[in-house]
Every structure is written in structure tokens, then in C-alpha cells.
Design a protein around this ligand. Structure first.
Ligand code: SF4
Length: 403
């Protein structure tokens, strides 16, 4: 598995696969072919179908040059639904063609190029191998991360945590309408006020967590600075749970970075063995993965043992199985923002269930097996429900991408 740095990327929304990935691919190609005269780009599959609403064409032109010609192709490349083909021109001649895939979470894989993939730093691929290793060596999930990451990982985790918290705080300040044809009003700030004003304590806690998730998801939908966790679309869930721990439970930052690392480890297992891309696996791969990561983080904060943290994460993913990706108009707004709120609440519930039920009976579903099931479910999902905006809510509303 790669470093958790690859999972937690600080960047700009609204989409890790449709905005960040194409931006990263474009800037790497531009760096190599800095003396090119011009570029052309073909977008395939989900990138072609929902690229406008996700600002794919905007970010490519911004990176490669405003004169870049972009073609939205009607077919998909076989390797992955988020395909791009870059044509590099010099002196009016085509000097290079590079195919790239935005495989989720801002990660890019190249074909026909020497651009290297990030190195694998963890020797284990499955959670059962990791748990065996840490229990044999008497260490925690957090120690395991420290063992294999570089010496700067702690400061990177603080940077990520601070970026997540700034995003929550910014989202709680901002008001107005989110860009795009939906004209969706931002509500995180008002929701936070409702939480403060309500007399019912249980309602207050749930509204607070929700407002934190909405705050980040609304920042993301506006193209502002966020952290992929594991993607932009699902970027509100883990920060909401961590911020709740910080503000309401008074958990110090130095403990929260440990929970963040544990969340990263679980996200990494999903990324390695299934997918974190909505175009590949539907929303279960994005919100489901984020929910599992946040459940693991909250389980850590509750000081659950290893198998109960696994139980929490497993439930976080299991009860998002089959979740479709059908963003209205190709915008990361409906259902995405609300779904972040539900995802954060569900993550907390999953850890609470694990804490209470785990002592009554052993969980029969392992985390590794639910990751496998999520991958298979994603393969079985009709492509209309995998970030194409051709089915579900997007079809009901009748809005085409970026209209
Ligand atoms: S529905 Fe889910 S997977 Fe699809 S864009 Fe929204 S958050 Fe991402």
C-alpha cells in the first residue's frame, strides 16, 4: 500500500477524480513538455459525462493553457471510466500522446509515459495481515503507521488536521449560493446556529456534527480548499467527526492525529483492494469508504480494541453498500452535501454500536470481506449510477452535466 499522504491530499474541490486528478495529470505533463506549443485533451467516460459540472475542462485549461482544445468523447476507455488522452504539439506536429486515468482520490495512473507511480510503503495489503502483525509485535494501528511512513509523517498529519479544521471553520462562516445551475443555498452556518439554539441535547450533538460535515461539503462544492478523505465528494465526513471530538469532547490535536492516521490506514486498505472512485464503484466507494474511515477514527478515540475498531469500520462500509452516485447536473451538491452529513452521523453510530455490541457477540463479517463485497457490488452497479449523471436523482431532475 502507498503512503497515507496519497490518501489525504490538500487541494481544491469540487472533485478529486474530476478536478484534482486531471489537474495533477495536466501539470505533470506540462512540466515534462514545458516547451510544447499547445495541447489537446480527450475526455472519456465519466469525465466526459460529468466533467463540466465537476470543472474538469476548466481546470485542464487553467493548467495547460486557455487555448487547449478539449473533446468530450461519447465512449469510455476500458481500463477505468475516468480516462484522458493528452496530445502534445510542438512546431505544429504531434510529438507525444499520453493516456492517463484519474482513478480516485486525486490519484493518476499513466500509460505510455515514464511518469512514475507513487511507491508502496506498507508491506501488508489486508487488514487481517495488519492486525496479525501489530498483535504479534504488541503495537497499535498508529504505531504501525509510524513504522512504515517517513519521519515527517507526524507533521504532515498535523498539517492535514489543521487544513480540515480550517475548512470546517470557513464553511461555518460562509453564506450565499453555491456556484452552478442548481442555485443551492449554503446552510452549514444556519444549521450550526440551530444546534446552538436547540434545547434538546441529543439533537444539538447530531446537528453540530452535521453542520461540520455540511461546512466542508459546501466549501468543496464551491471549489475551495479541502482535504481528500478519501475523495473531495466525501471530504466532509472525517473532518466532521474529528472536529466534533476536538470541540465537543475536548480531545487534543496530538491524539486526533493518531485517529487520523488510523482512518488513513483503513482507507488505504479499501483503496488497495477495491476502489475509492465514485465512477468506478458508485458512492459506496466514496461516502462508504469515508464513513468506514471516520468510524475507525472514532473507535480509536473511544479507545476500542483492535477488533472493535475493525468492527466499527466494517459497519461504516457495510451499511453504505450499493450506494449510488447520481449527482444532479454533474455538480457535487445533490445528493453529495447531505450525504456527508448522514455519513458523519453513521460513522459515530457505527463506533457506538461496535463499543456496545462487540462485547455481546463476535462480528461475523471481517473488514477485508466487506471491502471485497463493496468491490463486487461496484462492478454489478449499472453505469448510470457511477458518476455519469444518467440515472437516479440526476435523471429525475432532468439536468444535463453543467447545464
Ligand atoms: S454522489 Fe457520492 S460519489 Fe457521487 S459525486 Fe456525490 S459524493 Fe461523490
Amino acid at each position: 500500500m502507498e503512503s497515507i499522504r496519497q490518501l489525504f491530499k490538500i487541494g481544491f474541490g469540487p472533485s478529486s477524480s474530476h478536478t484534482m486528478g486531471p489537474q495533477i495529470a495536466s501539470s505533470q505533463i506540462k512540466e515534462i513538455y514545458h516547451d510544447a506549443d499547445r495541447f489537446e485533451v480527450d475526455l472519456y467516460g465519466s469525465l466526459a459525462l460529468t466533467g463540466k459540472g465537476h470543472l474538469t475542462d476548466y481546470i485542464i485549461k487553467k493548467t495547460l493553457g486557455e487555448d487547449t482544445v478539449i473533446h468530450f468523447k461519447s465512449d469510455a476507455l476500458s481500463y477505468h471510466p475516468n480516462g484522458m488522452r493528452f496530445y502534445v504539439y510542438k512546431d505544429n506536429e504531434l510529438i507525444k500522446t499520453i493516456t492517463a486515468y484519474s482513478v480516485g482520490g486525486g490519484e493518476v495512473e499513466f500509460e505510455g509515459s515514464d511518469i512514475e507511480k507513487p511507491q508502496e510503503v506498507y508491506p501488508h495489503h489486508h487488514l487481517n495481515e495488519i492486525i496479525t502483525y501489530i498483535e504479534d509485535n504488541g503495537i497499535s494501528f498508529y504505531d504501525y503507521v509510524l513504522n512504515y511512513e517517513d519521519e515527517d509523517i507526524k507533521s504532515y498529519l498535523f498539517e492535514v488536521l489543521d487544513a480540515m479544521f480550517s475548512c470546517v471553520q470557513n464553511g461555518l462562516k460562509h453564506e450565499g449560493v453555491i456556484p452552478g445551475r442548481l442555485k443551492l443555498k449554503r446552510v452549514a452556518k444556519a444549521m450550526y446556529q440551530q444546534a446552538i439554539n436547540t434545547r434538546r441535547e441529543s439533537e444539538r450533538e447530531r446537528l453540530l456534527v452535521s453542520s461540520y460535515a455540511y461546512a466542508v461539503a459546501e466549501e468543496n462544492a464551491c471549489g475551495n480548499r479541502i482535504v481528500t478523505a478519501p475523495t473531495c465528494g466525501a471530504s466532509g465526513i472525517l473532518p466532521a467527526v474529528l472536529y466534533y471530538c476536538y470541540k465537543q469532547l475536548n480531545i487534543p490535536r496530538k491524539e486526533l492525529i493518531k485517529a487520523l492516521a488510523v482512518a488513513g490506514l483503513f482507507g488505504n486498505v479499501i483503496k488497495k483492494n477495491a476502489t475509492i472512485s465514485g465512477a468506478d464503484g458508485g458512492c459506496q466507494a466514496e461516502v462508504g469508504s469515508a464513513c468506514a474511515m471516520a468510524a475507525a477514527a472514532y473507535g480509536w478515540i473511544l479507545e476500542l480494541n483492535n477488533s472493535l475498531i475493525e468492527y466499527a469500520a466494517e459497519m461504516g462500509l457495510e451499511h453504505n453498500l450499493g450506494l449510488t452516485c447520481d449527482p444532479v447536473g454533474g455538480y457535487v451538491q445533490i445528493p453529495c452535501i447531505e450525504r456527508n452529513g448522514f455519513g458523519a452521523l453513521r460513522a459515530i453510530d457505527a463506533a457506538m454500536y461496535a463499543k456496545q455490541l462487540g462485547y455481546l457477540r463476535k462480528n461475523k463479517v471481517s473488514f477485508d470481506s466487506i471491502v471485497k463485497v463493496m468491490k463486487e457490488t461496484g462492478k454489478d452497479l449499472n453505469s448510470a449510477y457511477k458518476e455519469t449523471s444518467l440515472g437516479g436523482l440526476a435523471k429525475e431532475f432532468g439536468l444535463k452535466d453543467g447545464d
